[in-house]
Design a protein around this ligand. Sequence first.
Ligand SMILES: *[C@@H]1O[C@H](CO)[C@@H](O)[C@H](O)[C@H]1NC(C)=O
Ligand SMILES: *[C@@H]1O[C@H](CO)[C@@H](O)[C@H](O)[C@H]1NC(C)=O
Ligand SMILES: *[C@@H]1O[C@H](CO)[C@@H](O)[C@H](O)[C@H]1NC(C)=O
Ligand SMILES: *[C@@H]1O[C@H](CO)[C@@H](O)[C@H](O)[C@H]1NC(C)=O
Ligand SMILES: *[C@@H]1O[C@H](CO)[C@@H](O)[C@H](O)[C@H]1NC(C)=O
Length: 392
Amino acid sequence: MALLSSLLVAIAVQSAYATRTTNTKTRQCVQLEIPIKLSSFTTTKWQQPRVDSTVDAVDWVDWMTTWTTPADKAAGNVTINGTFKINGQLCVPPEGAKSDILQIATHGVGFDKRYWDVEIKPEQYSWVDYTLAQGYSIFTYDRLGTGSSDKPDAYDIVQTDDQVEILRQLTLLLRSGKLISSSKKLGGVNTLDRYTPDKIVHVGHSFGSICTIGLLQINGSISDGAILTGFLPNNQLGGISVGTWGFEFARESDPKRFSDRGSGYIVQKTKYNVLLSFLKKGSFEPALLDYAEQIKQPNSVSEFVSIGAIFGTPAKDFKAPVQFVVGENDYGFCRGECYNTYNITEIETDYYPAASKIAIHIQPKTGHGLALSTNATAGYKATFDFLRSVGL
Ligand SMILES: *[C@@H]1O[C@H](CO)[C@@H](O)[C@H](O)[C@H]1NC(C)=O
Ligand SMILES: *[C@@H]1O[C@H](CO)[C@@H](O)[C@H](O)[C@H]1NC(C)=O
Ligand SMILES: *[C@@H]1O[C@H](CO)[C@@H](O)[C@H](O)[C@H]1NC(C)=O
Ligand SMILES: *[C@@H]1O[C@H](CO)[C@@H](O)[C@H](O)[C@H]1NC(C)=O
Ligand SMILES: *[C@@H]1O[C@H](CO)[C@@H](O)[C@H](O)[C@H]1NC(C)=O
């Protein structure tokens, strides 16, 4: 029975995907392999245990969460050089009233770009479809180390700073209209080659919001607006242990799926681990939990270790509007209840002192995985209402 239902999910996923990528009436998309060069780029050398087995993965979690571990885990600098292939998709609505406004969406830990484009009941869950239906364009990509992008060294290379740098380079390529000409086309339409957006809105989920926050710190004028989902600065942040993720060494946890992940890539073992981190009982459909497990992605140990680096630096030059969106019952970020945990004056001071507008939307009775939760579309509407209210 379980086998049958997962088989049905697999078939549904495949056929939905096939029809949706070829239906150019509603979706004009191009799939790309984008080379991003990091030359003499400085990242941090972290003093952390290596992870080459699940015993090591548990030991890494032990090390991350014991009080004797030094708060400053940095052990020096590393200079990285290399060109990394990033897999991305640009979609422009055929008759979009706002197609010159481009969203650049960065997914979080545990997923790849499919987080934004849920293939089960897309009319209810897909952020990409919703965005196109509202007339906006959207670019989604697999962050380095996930999906169909390169999966380099999980210690020195795949960490927050270079995820931010990759997002910066992708943004400049898109803004200049040179993204497609600098990439290898993998599929899709040929009509977008000269697409050049007029405005760019950065959208993040979870760690993708953290990367976006990092981007706005280093270049406040790179964005015309930011939507930070699955993230809210609040007095419970950091209260949930990384131990709750249920991490295993990816290649050992699922050798079939994750044979291309090397040392230091870890993944949530079961769908119930995924449930605790991303969903809330009462606001998800069982098929969506199965789907979340099916599309789950490993992450690098250094992504977790390096997250803290972006906190504490206000984006003084960011003058555009920003909206924070979080599920009321977000477990990891609010310890299960987001109401009455935040102070908007402090958010303004600590994050966006020059923003033209700061808004917060709490999506009721919803967990961390907003796009996988039953009331997703009503939450999307709150964001697009916000965008229109600020002239985007
Ligand atoms: C590491 O690099 C940063 C800037 O990239 C620099 O400020 C710092 O001094 C460097 N640290 C060491 C130990 O070289
Ligand atoms: C990258 O290039 C810099 C400058 O040429 C060099 O100092 C550094 O050792 C190189 N790093 C790696 C990992 O090759
Ligand atoms: C910052 O963003 C602006 C506006 O897109 C761009 O012109 C500039 O080159 C960017 N600078 C950097 C260092 O990314
Ligand atoms: C919010 O933070 C500001 C600045 O720290 C403080 O003055 C204010 O009392 C706080 N508001 C509440 C409701 O705690
Ligand atoms: C669904 O979300 C909307 C927008 O946030 C909210 O007004 C509504 O109460 C939610 N519905 C349920 C059943 O939680």
